[in-house]
Design a protein around this ligand. Structure first.
Ligand SMILES: C[S@@+](CC[C@H](N)C(=O)[O-])C[C@H]1O[C@@H](n2cnc3c(N)ncnc32)[C@H](O)[C@@H]1O
Length: 374
């Protein structure tokens, strides 16, 4: 490969990761994912707004206003169920363009006492997306944070849609000598990044993992679990409810779920870091467990389709259809189908609710005890 060709091909972040590997040796998957998404100069979310039909991927609130509206009502009901506290610390983790929160706040106006109690906090690391959120939420008094633990204490009402899947995972692979951490190295022969197995062992090995076959992969997500623990502590201490919507199996599973997407298509995870979104499945079972150990109660996970149906997506679509022209009507119907169809987002996406220990099941989660996938 000529130096000229190399210079054209390599992203600035690729060079930075190569330098890191040259200095420190192969890096864990979590470090690669953190750099690819959040490098302060070249990270994927730092340099762009990837959302929407013209971007790399589209999310539920960008598909239909009804998604955010129903979540706003969910929060208002959860606030009432929590005893209607004077202050409601309303938080969104990873608010993207601010679309979900703008729709949610509009719907929350249906409960003026809840709307009056809201203190709005957004946890967002991307400067570009903070600008979009400022534009979408211009009329509201917003405080931004880099991390959830900066959010002031108080009764918590929290939403996280497609946030946890962006938190960095680690991968472990079963080898003949036990479970070892999967790392990323640079292969000079192919002039590309490659996976390799390091000597670092996995700290905790369940009985089921001891029986795993050679080559099986197990993922862990320490930052997601720490965050779920912190959410659990806040909910136990101050009350409230959190709604986490994301994709992943309802029960912990083995396998490699690391994936990259660029322009609505799958992309090689190790190619052009910083230019593609990288995500991993959310382990709802472990998230719920971490929050429960810290004192919260967990409900679900349930399918996104079930949650939206119970919150009234059908009725809300009918209401909007009454004032829609033929073209707009078809768009509304198609958007609702996309959110709830099993072939689209309806069952791939799950919803997990965490609440204060004394709260009844939140709206849509009645009869959905932790672990029951309905
Ligand atoms: C896939 S987008 C989802 C956006 C939005 N929730 C939606 O549904 O349209 C992920 C969001 O999380 C933010 N994000 C990713 N990693 C983050 C982190 N470690 N801390 C705070 N925000 C993060 C991104 O900048 C983006 O706003």
């Amino acid at each position: 490969m000529t130096p000229f060709h190399e210079a054209v091909r390599m992203t600035p972040l690729e060079q930075r990761i190569r330098d890191r590997i040259a200095a420190d040796g192969p890096i864990p998957v979590s470090q690669y994912m953190s750099m690819a998404l959040g490098d302060p100069d070249f990270g994927y979310y730092v340099t762009r707004d990837p959302l929407g039909a013209a971007g790399d991927f589209i999310t539920a609130p960008e598909i239909s206003q009804i998604f955010g509206e129903l979540i706003g009502l969910w929060c208002a009901i959860a606030w009432e169920q929590s005893g209607a506290p004077e202050r409601a610390v309303l938080v969104e983790l990873g608010p993207g363009r601010g679309t979900l929160m703008a729709d949610a706040l509009r719907a929350a106006e249906m409960s003026p006492p809840f709307a009056a109690a809201i203190e709005l906090h957004l946890v967002e690391t991307s400067p570009k997306l903070r600008d979009s959120q400022r534009a979408a939420l211009g009329d509201y008094d917003v405080t931004w944070h880099d991390r959830f633990d900066e959010v002031p204490p108080g009764p918590l009402f929290l939403v996280a849609n497609e946030f946890f899947d962006a938190l960095p995972i680690d991968q472990y692979v079963k080898t003949k000598t036990g479970w070892r951490r999967r790392c990323i190295a640079f292969d000079p022969k192919t002039d590309a990044f490659c996976f390799m197995v390091s000597e670092a062992p996995l700290a905790e090995i369940s009985e089921e993992m001891q029986n795993a076959s050679i080559g099986e992969i197990r993922e862990t997500n320490p930052s997601a679990m720490a965050l779920a623990g912190e959410l659990g502590r806040r909910l136990a201490d101050f009350g409230g409810a959190a709604l986490i919507i994301d994709y992943g199996p309802a029960q912990s599973a083995t396998g490699d779920s690391l994936q990259a997407v660029s322009r609505q298509h799958y992309h090689d995870v190790l190619a052009t870091p910083g230019e593609a979104d990288i995500t991993a499945h959310v382990d709802f079972q472990e998230l719920a467990r971490s929050a429960c150990v810290a004192g919260a109660a967990a409900h679900g996970p349930i399918h996104q389709a079930a949650l939206l149906a119970r919150l009234g997506i059908g009725q809300r679509t009918e209401t909007l259809l009454k004032s829609a022209g033929p073209e707009q009507a078809e768009t509304l119907r198609a958007a609702a189908r996309r959110l709830i169809d099993p072939d689209a987002m309806g069952t791939l996406f799950k919803a997990l609710a965490l609440t204060g220990p004394d709260m009844p099941p939140p709206a849509g989660f009645e009869g959905a005890d932790f672990g029951e996938n309905v």
